[in-house]
Design a protein around this ligand. Sequence first.
Ligand SMILES: [Zn+2]
Length: 84
Amino acid sequence: MFVDVNKNYDTGNPGDTSAVKVQTWNRNVITELEAELSGVEHALTRLEKGIYDTCEQCGNKIDLSEIQEDPLITRCQQHRGCIR
Ligand SMILES: [Zn+2]
């Protein structure tokens, strides 16, 4: 469903919080998409530099099958849990 972020969804009913809910939902979706986009941009930079399969934590090689499963990973299996 496409939701216009700038549209006012206020129904005019003071007790109706649906407009606020839609705005909060929009913000959450936007935040989620921005995080995903920055992850993709970071992965592309790593690809350009030829370090897409190098762990950012220890410098070890990340298994190719893991990268194929999730192209946005930046750390080896050992360091995955720390920060993504
Ligand atoms: Zn590592």
